[in-house]
Design a binder for this molecule. Structure first.
Ligand SMILES: Nc1ncnc2c1ncn2[C@@H]1O[C@H](COP(=O)(O)OP(=O)(O)OP(=O)(O)O)[C@@H](O)[C@H]1O
Length: 552
């Protein structure tokens, strides 16, 4: 049974929202009258996701202090929140409740999501006709100007989940009622970029650009510009000046650099997207991310409480793995953010940190809370491990590729030197292989990736660089030739296969002394990882004891 959503439920804007957002809301009102929503008999409602009580945003004086990127509480800096009166609180509570009830989970077509017709046509041309579950939940929520964390398993289409609402509002395909945007000022003249997308690696940055270009069409490709590290900075600066892109996609270091030098004007930016947010909030990116979060979409010197500050950005955080540190960071940097999952939308206020388990090997090292990663694995994946001696690892890899007749294989290792050796050995055995790692130049990396994607290279031997975001739809086998450091890394590596509902196999080839790590991964990820070996060209399930006996 389906029922039409009443349009009145969907007006959300309070005075505390920036004026531009208010305009956008009314501009999308047309969509809401046609949105269909499933009732509690066949879909998720507020109560079915365990959300019975009224939602009350708890803004404590403690939360007004910004914590440092959700990592520790010792070195934050402060951002003022918008004033929040009692009557506003009440109305937001009611609106928020209705809004969560009305998310069109599992939409059957993109037209249910409220994006402009021209975008739907482009999607159709690319063969995208039905939104994925996470897109159904995220697109309308972002269009309602909500700050969000999007969490869903690898390969479930999270990129389009934020790209579509952004292109609905800015750029040449936006809805006809969306005028200007960005740093428009009174004159409506654009002064800077309107959306900044940050990704932790060049490869992922370039992949996101390609996804934008796919939808925008080549004629509009100057609307989006990549600002990744390793590429020529002067050329990027010139392109920014000449093309005045509405959207930039890049790595934290390069975006922070260009923003600090004044070449990238991002204060008036409307959207800040952090893709692979848990990685971006890690120690490696800390300084650059501080700068970005402080400056992008925050007009300098503006009174944060004044209505004149129209350019309050919308914050969108994305990852398959969302540990509580990300939730904490979103609460600090966002405005009443929601956690958007494939079939569930909840306010962050309702989430609490999981109890931290202690690892058996050390009384002081906390192990990763499992729930953060359990939901990140595509359901159709098959997981195996194989116990061999170190000197037999490459041969086992080769036998596995032949046994499964795998066509697009990604092999993960931890050290560049050993990685090169493996490529050499595979090539010597007649398997077309190539290496991909940080020591290669930008050109070398993109050439290798191209060759892998077009099938010239069958086995891509790589390191953690490719574990996140890399989207090669046909990848049918992921092999851990070296163990991942923890379950989060296992999940991201594994997620390179089985994308968007396809089948995929993950094989971990380990030595006897490493078997305990596999057991731990099984437990933390709550998945079966079957012990196997390769006999007469076939993958055969075996008892762990037998496997251990044969290697000792
Ligand atoms: N609605 C759709 N219909 C068909 N294909 C889609 C749809 N949405 C996304 N895709 C395709 O699915 C693939 C995976 O999408 P995407 O890379 O966004 O996944 P992801 O969830 O971000 O994965 P990861 O967590 O590994 O980064 C891409 O090739 C994308 O073009």
């Amino acid at each position: 049974m389906q029922s039409l959503v009443s349009a009145k439920f969907l007006v959300l804007v309070g005075e505390s929202f920036p004026m531009r957002r208010a305009l956008l809301n009314s501009r999308f009102a047309w969509f809401h009258s046609s949105v269909k929503c499933l009732n509690k008999h066949d879909s998720l409602t507020l109560s079915s996701v365990g959300f019975e009580s009224e939602i009350e945003p708890k803004i404590t004086s403690e939360e007004n202090k910004v914590k440092p990127l959700g990592l520790s509480s010792s070195e934050g800096f402060k951002v003022k929140r918008k004033p929040f009166g009692i009557s506003e609180k009440k109305s937001v509570r009611i609106k928020e409740r209705k809004e969560i009830e009305n998310a069109p989970f599992a939409a059957k077509s993109f037209s249910e999501l409220g994006i402009p017709e021209v975008l739907i046509e482009r999607l159709g041309k690319e063969g995208f006709n039905v939104p994925t579950d996470v897109q159904s939940a995220a697109v309308p929520t972002i269009l309602k100007n909500r700050d969000v964390i999007i969490q869903s398993y690898t390969g479930s289409g999270k990129t389009l989940a934020y790209l579509l609402p952004i292109l609905s509002v800015i750029g040449p395909l936006k809805g006809e009622n969306n005028e200007g945007g960005g740093d428009g000022g009174e004159s409506g003249k654009k002064l800077g970029v309107e959306a900044v997308i940050v990704a932790p690696s060049r490869e992922l940055g370039m992949q996101i650009v390609r996804e934008f270009e796919k939808i925008l069409g080549m004629e509009n490709r100057k609307v989006v510009q990549q600002l990744v590290g390793g590429a020529n900075r002067t050329r990027q600066e010139e392109a920014l000046k000449k093309n005045k892109p509405a959207i930039v996609v890049g790595t934290p270091g390069r975006i922070a650099e260009l923003s600090a030098s004044g070449k990238l004007r991002a204060h008036g930016c409307q959207y800040l997207v952090l893709d692979e947010v848990d990685e971006l909030l890690s120690f490696n990116f800390r300084e650059d991310m501080h700068r970005l979060l402080e400056h992008v979409g925050r007009r300098s010197g503006a009174d944060h409480n004044s209505k004149a500050k129209k350019t309050e950005r919308q914050l969108i955080m994305v990852s398959a793995t969302v540990p509580f540190s990300v939730v904490r960071a979103a609460k600090s940097w966002g405005s009443d953010p929601l956690l958007v999952q494939a079939k569930k939308i909840v306010p962050l206020e309702t989430l609490s940190p999981e109890p931290v388990k202690l690892s058996p090997s050390s009384s002081s090292t906390p192990s990763v809370p499992s729930k953060a990663v359990v939901e990140s694995l595509p359901p159709a994946l098959k997981h195996y491990y194989c116990v061999v001696r170190l000197q037999h690892k490459v041969d086992t890899l080769r036998r596995c590729i032949h046994a499964l007749d795998a066509k697009f294989v990604i092999v993960f290792m931890n050290h560049t030197k050993q990685l090169k050796d493996v490529v050499f050995k595979l090539e010597a055995r007649g398997v077309k292989a190539a290496e991909l790692h940080g020591d290669l130049g930008k050109l070398g990396r993109s050439t290798t990736l191209k060759k892998f994607k077009n099938g010239e290279v069958r086995v891509l031997v790589t390191n953690e660089l490719s574990a996140r975001g890399l989207d090669v739809a046909e990848c049918d086998l992921v092999v851990n030739l070296d163990l991942p450091t923890d379950s989060i890394h296992y999940a991201h590596r594994a997620g390179r296969t089985g994308r968007l509902g396809r089948n995929g196999t993950v094989l971990t080839i380990c030595e006897e002394s490493e078997v305990f790590v596999v057991r731990k991964l099984k437990k933390q990820l709550e998945i079966p990882i079957a012990c196997c070996n390769f006999v007469e060209g076939k993958l055969t399930i075996t008892e762990e004891e037998n496997a251990l006996r044969s290697t000792s």
